[in-house]
Each structure stands twice: as structure tokens, then as C-alpha cells.
Design a protein around this ligand. Structure first.
Ligand SMILES: Cc1cc2nc3c(=O)[nH]c(=O)nc-3n(C[C@H](O)[C@H](O)[C@H](O)COP(=O)(O)O)c2cc1C
Length: 427
């Protein structure tokens, strides 16, 4: 095992280990603070962030646009609270980063509102899921580093030309997220199709040569995310001149840490995953592919999709709902009523939602897809309801390794300090 050297990320010299940001409070000020305290990079989720103590998911306004105001107000208070918490725990060590999805509803006003409030505390903003052209400007204005999450050098080149270049001194790092292995939403595209995985080594070399071509300094690291379990398996990537400065991001492993508020509830499921229990799917209302646990919730979506093959209703209580691609799926009346109710309660959390039809821009709507689901509720419920098996659980392709990794034997849940130490030792 090569000795890992500290490197510069977002202007600070830290261990080359990054906590992957995980939406709706799977990663938060507590987890981020402890990663930073251990001398690494902690990432709190800035998506529906909790105030402290946690907020209930209750909205009072009548229209979706007004409910967006409520979401924005609560989220702003939440990000400030989680950032303060992270800084308190970190005690000035490491890097505290926030993760947001560019595909969030009202992302620009959200960042415009919140960044001045966390200026001087938050070191960086990591952002993917879409093309965050304005990210660099929004961060630079507030003296905060920006850390784009990309899945191809091509995407980075476009972002550089159309938004990043004038603010290059605030580029804190570039996260390459492997679209075939990472947990959560994936950057699978027509040029990187689902059935043609490219080795991360090739992708990182391509990215570094592009960064060199663009004149980006050697001290700006690439953060490798997706499919990283232990660094003993990534030795070729360390001290590799073709890749240059590198750090590693861990998304799935830090779900099972003492400081994570979901760990105890998710543990029985994560500890029993096999490879077949994890799947890439296209159910997310964002339209992106995503990687998740094939739990009861997921299997119900699969079963619903399979009714596309029915040639008519089966049973008296079956309701047909049309899909945007001219098909029909068949649901129970209770399921259909539930979908209508949830659509009526939409809070406009993402910019384009194929479940509710909400679109952030103008008066247009998206075609409604009953094969999808309300993502903000599902992610929230997976964190806070009793049984995550009934809700959306994102996980990386390596999630099945909890079952065989000796660290987790006898139901052991490590602390973040212990996890960082193990990662440094290649375990
Ligand atoms: C439960 C879960 C939620 C996630 N949520 C987000 C998110 O909100 N934003 C984001 O950019 N990435 C998200 N990710 C991706 C992680 O930050 C990380 O890049 C990825 O999981 C790395 O792959 P690994 O799981 O193989 O370690 C999520 C991953 C998981 C497992």
C-alpha cells in the first residue's frame, strides 16, 4: 500500500479522502463535520437540509410555486444550521463542502440566497446532475470554491468554456463520478451508454490531459468517485503522473457509520445485499438513470412497469394510466388515487419532474409518468420513516460488499474516524 500524501482541495491541505454528498440528509452537518475533523473532506447535503433539530416535511401554501418558497426558506435555514454544525464539529480541521443537484428547483435563487450566509464557513460547493454553468460565478462571488461533478471530460470542456473559465482560481477540485458504479443519480448519456462501461483509468487520464490542455494547474486534484471501496484496489491511480493529484470519494461506505442517523435503520438491509439486489433503473422523475437497492419499493415499481404488457384491466379495481411513450400501466384504485394526491401536493423540488409534471421554467409542464414517483418524499421517508425497505434507497454498485467486508462483522458500525483510518490503510 502506497502512503497517501495530503493534497490541496478547495484551498486547504487535507487527506485525499472525500465523503460523497448524499441527498436528503443521509450526509449532513454531523457526518461532514466528523470527516473534516478527521482531516478529510466532509460533504453535507444542501438538498432539503434540516434545521436543527430536524424539520418536519410540512408545507402550508396552496400552490406549487408558493410551496417552492417554503422549501427554499426551510432549505436556506437548514443549510446554515448544518454548516454551523459541521464547522463546530470539525474544529477548524479539514474541508467542509456542500453538495447540491443542479437539477433542483430554483437552484440559482437558492444558491444566491444561501451562499452569502455561509461565506467564511463553507469551503466548497460540489454540484452535479445537470450542467451547472452558473456554479462558478455564484461561488466565486462569495469566496467559496466550486467542485463540479462530471462523468466525462467532454462535459467538463463545455462547462469550462461556458461558465468556469473566468473563475478558474475558485476551482477546488473536479469530481469524476463513474456513471456505471456510483450510487444515486448517474451521468449515463448517449455517448457513455449503460452497456458500454469505460475503465475509470482511461476516463481520468482523458480528464487530466484535457485539464492540462486548458491550462488548469497540477495542484487542482481529480476526485475519483464511484466504485471505490478500499484503496488497496486503487494503487495504480496513486502517484500516477498521467492522472496527477488525486483524491477518492466514498459514497456508499459512509452510510454505515456511527454518526449517520440512517445507519441503524439501513444496516439490516445493507448487510444482506447481494449483487442482484442493486440495480440501475430509470424510474427517477429527473429522467436520469440511478443506482438503488432493489427493495420492496423498487420491486413495486418494476411490477408496475411490467403491466405495460397487459392488454387490458385485470380485476375490477384496476385503473389504467397513460405513460408519455404511449403505453399504459395498470394500478389499483388506491395506488392511482395516491399518485393523484401526491401530484396535487407537489413542492417543485426538481426543475423538471416527470412524476408531477412540474417544470420550473415558464408555464410549461412535463408529460406525466405514473411509472415514476415523488422523489423528495421517497428520499425523505427512506431517511425518517421506520422502514426504509418501503422507500427509495440509493446505493452504489459495491453495496453488496458490506456483507463480506470484515470491518462490518458482528454488526459492527465504525465511527467516521475509524473508517478514515481504515481507508488510509487500504482496508
Ligand atoms: C444514498 C445516496 C445518496 C446520494 N445522494 C447524492 C446527492 O444528493 N448528490 C450527489 O451529487 N450525489 C449523491 N450520491 C452519490 C455520492 O455522493 C457518491 O458520489 C457515490 O455514491 C460514490 O459512489 P460509491 O457509492 O460507489 O462510493 C448519493 C449516493 C448514495 C449512496
Amino acid at each position: 500500500m502506497k502512503t497517501l500524501q495530503k493534497i490541496k482541495i478547495a484551498g486547504k491541505t487535507v487527506l485525499p479522502i472525500v465523503e460523497g454528498g448524499k441527498g436528503i440528509m443521509v450526509s449532513n452537518g454531523t457526518t461532514a463535520g466528523h470527516f473534516a475533523r478527521a482531516g478529510a473532506v466532509g460533504t453535507l447535503s444542501g438538498t432539503a437540509a434540516d434545521r436543527v433539530p430536524r424539520h418536519e416535511r410540512i408545507f402550508h401554501a396552496k400552490t406549487v410555486r408558493q410551496r417552492q418558497d417554503e422549501v427554499q426558506e426551510q432549505n436556506t435555514a437548514g443549510v446554515v444550521a448544518q454548516t454551523n454544525l459541521a464547522c463546530e464539529i470539525s474544529n477548524g480541521n479539514g474541508v467542509v463542502m456542500m453538495n447540491v443537484l443542479w437539477e433542483l428547483g430554483r437552484i440559482v435563487p437558492i444558491l444566491e440566497g444561501v451562499l452569502p450566509l455561509v461565506r467564511g464557513k463553507l469551503d466548497a460547493v460540489a454540484c452535479g446532475a445537470g450542467m451547472p454553468f452558473q456554479l462558478a460565478e455564484l461561488c466565486a462571488k462569495n469566496g467559496i470554491y466550486f467542485v463540479p461533478i462530471i462523468s466525462s471530460a467532454r462535459a467538463f470542456k463545455i462547462l469550462w468554456a461556458r461558465g468556469f473559465k473566468p473563475h478558474k482560481e475558485w476551482l477546488g477540485a473536479v469530481i469524476y463520478e463513474d456513471p456505471w458504479l456510483a450510487g444515486g443519480h448517474l451521468g449515463i448519456t448517449n455517448s457513455d451508454p449503460i452497456d458500454k462501461p469505460v475503465k475509470p483509468m482511461d476516463k481520468l487520464i482523458e480528464l487530466r490531459s484535457l485539464m492540462r490542455e486548458l491550462g488548469i494547474g497540477e495542484d487542482v486534484p481529480i476526485i475519483m468517485a464511484g466504485g471505490v471501496w478500499n484503496l488497496a484496489e486503487w494503487q495504480d491511480f496513486i502517484d500516477n503522473p498521467a492522472i496527477g493529484a488525486i483524491a477518492f470519494q466514498f459514497g456508499t461506505r459512509p452510510i454505515l457509520v456511527q454518526e449517520s442517523h440512517v445507519a441503524k435503520k439501513w444496516q439490516p438491509i445493507l448487510m444482506n445485499l447481494t449483487k442482484d439486489d442493486i440495480a440501475v433503473n430509470k424510474f427517477s422523475p429527473t429522467g436520469f438513470y440511478s443506482m438503488a437497492v432493489r427493495n420492496s419499493f423498487f420491486k413495486r415499481l418494476e411490477a408496475r412497469k411490467a403491466t405495460e404488457d397487459w392488454d387490458g384491466p385485470r380485476g375490477e379495481n384496476t385503473v389504467g394510466m397513460s405513460t408519455p411513450d404511449g403505453k399504459k400501466v395498470w394500478l389499483t384504485r388506491a395506488e392511482a388515487d395516491d399518485i393523484k394526491k401526491m401530484r396535487g401536493e407537489c413542492v417543485g423540488c426538481i426543475a423538471h419532474c416527470s412524476f408531477s409534471g412540474f417544470c420550473d421554467f415558464g408555464d410549461t409542464t412535463m408529460p406525466l409518468d405514473p411509472r415514476s414517483f415523488c422523489i423528495s418524499r421517497q428520499l425523505y421517508w427512506a431517511c425518517y420513516n421506520e422502514n426504509p425497505d418501503e422507500h427509495l434507497m440509493f446505493v452504489g454498485a459495491n453495496g453488496h460488499r458490506f456483507a463480506t467486508d470484515p470491518m462490518y462483522e458482528n454488526d459492527h458500525i465504525p465511527t467516521i474516524k475509524e473508517l478514515v483510518q481504515a481507508i488510509m490503510e487500504g482496508r
